[in-house]
Design a binder for this molecule. Structure first.
Ligand SMILES: [Zn+2]
Length: 281
């Protein structure tokens, strides 16, 4: 069983779910660090002969088209992380559809290849957004990797399904790759990306990844370019959120290297092909 490694391509100021979250109208004025961080992350991935999936925020694809083109040139899969990077449950179905479609088209135009995958900002598909999958199919997506099937500060949808599955919406099918969760003493936990990956010692992430693989599921790893940049500016937030957002930034690059050496990695696109999964209208 191969595992999947993904990068959510966004900047240091794109952290969501706290009162001081910054919206897109404020981003232009901020010093960007995404170019150096994303290329460095691609260089780390490039130390092995590995292809990964890059979920671009449409705004950054438009502002830094060279980054998207570089990902394509190096053979990685390009996918969409929305255009404005807003929480899904704070959008209307129409706003969500337009945002998802816009980002897909921009990324396809710049990258020169089809975009099949979507990841929601903050894994924010919830019980409040029952229209989510239908709108994604309508916006031209074949797969989604946004359901977080456990408790989470924002987002989270307790489907009880931990493996990839096909959802039949009114308008067509979409393949869902829920974020990887495993049960420990009856608690559903993630060890494989973002703050979870930074917080836990690597040996725990490794052990839990092997457990997931034994359960017959791929592990879906995910990182953000800011997470290998300990020097990035900090946003003003409460103590708990600050801890989750900034813990162990210094050791994350080394953890990424270990994941890429210890596990067999592929993209969502290739996993779908190799496992003969189907989605689409
Ligand atoms: Zn994001």
């Amino acid at each position: 069983m191969k595992n999947i490694f993904s990068i959510d391509v966004e900047d240091w100021f794109n952290i969501l779910g706290f009162p001081g979250s910054l919206s897109i109208s404020e981003w232009d004025a901020l010093p960007s660090r995404i170019e150096a961080n994303f290329i460095r992350l691609l260089d780390v991935v490039g130390e092995k002969d590995i292809k990964v999936t890059c979920f671009f925020v449409g705004y950054f694809a438009e502002r830094f088209p060279a980054l998207l083109k570089e990902a394509v040139k190096r053979g990685h899969e390009i996918a969409s992380h929305g255009y404005v990077h807003n929480l899904v449950y704070e959008m209307t179905p129409d706003e969500f559809f337009m945002d998802a479609e816009k980002s897909r088209k921009i990324i396809e135009d710049i990258g020169g290849r089809a975009v099949k995958g979507y990841r929601a900002a903050g894994f924010s598909v919830t019980e409040e957004t029952p229209w989510y999958f239908e709108k994604l199919v309508e916006a031209g997506y074949r797969y989604d990797s946004s359901v977080f099937p456990a408790d989470r500060q924002h987002g989270g949808l307790k489907t009880g399904i931990f493996h990839p599955y096909v959802i039949n919406t009114g308008g067509g099918e979409i393949i869902e790759f829920p974020m990887t969760i495993t049960k420990i003493f009856n608690a559903s936990m993630c060890f494989f990306g973002g703050g979870y990956l930074r917080f836990f010692p690597y040996q725990i992430t490794k052990f839990m990844s092997q457990k997931v693989m034994k359960e017959g599921r791929p592990v879906i790893f995910y990182v953000h370019p800011r997470e290998i940049d300990p020097e990035h500016p900090r946003l003003n937030m409460g103590t708990m959120k600050r801890f989750k957002s900034y813990v162990n930034l210094k050791s994350t690059e080394a953890k990424v290297r270990k994941i890429l050496s210890d596990f067999e990695i592929t993209t969502f696109e290739d996993f779908i092909k190799e496992n003969n999964l189907h989605g689409g209208k």
